[in-house]
Design a protein around this ligand. Sequence first.
Ligand code: ZN
Length: 212
Amino acid sequence: MLSAALVAVMMAAVPALALPEPVYDPTPEEEALFASIMERLESNGSAMPIAVDETLASFRKPLRKTFDCPEGSFVRSIDLSVSTKHVRWNTKVAVERSLGTYKWNLDLVTYGDTAKITANNWLMIDPRPAARRESEQLSGSTTNEALLYHELLHGQLVITEMDSAEWQARACSRFGAAKVSRDYHETIDPAVGHYLRAVSSEDADTSASSSY
Ligand SMILES: [Zn+2]
């Protein structure tokens, strides 16, 4: 698929044409669905073994990080900016056969001895199966929370890794190596499993106490 940066480069050669949007704003239905899943997920913060606060903050304003590069790097420092936007479901952009996708769009521009890495990321949820699950009472709606938590972790685990000396050294030495090269499912899957168990045991407690 074309990255936004590549589309920008291609379109720069044809300035008379408007830049096509590679993705679109969510439909009102998608927005409402996303807001209600997000509200439940955020109210269950204690059930999340890995917090996703930085990803959540990146929806509101760009998350900025700056770090100095080791001696001998191609730049002296890196300026990082990570934003996340909820966008309309689009199977051309989504991971194949997925129900939701968190897409990293990393771009690098060098200004003198500083490299600016900008990530304008997209989160999308397939609305039809998600809407169906919302109507399936507890199990389905909890599955939607797990799906959203899964996608937010795709953002958070990379953001967290950006604090590591290893990631920063790679970003400073050669941008290609700073790309998101793995899917983190070995960490995401157990974290989501933990969330589901924690939330369903709370529900079990609630129903047990209310039956007395
Ligand atoms: Zn995934």
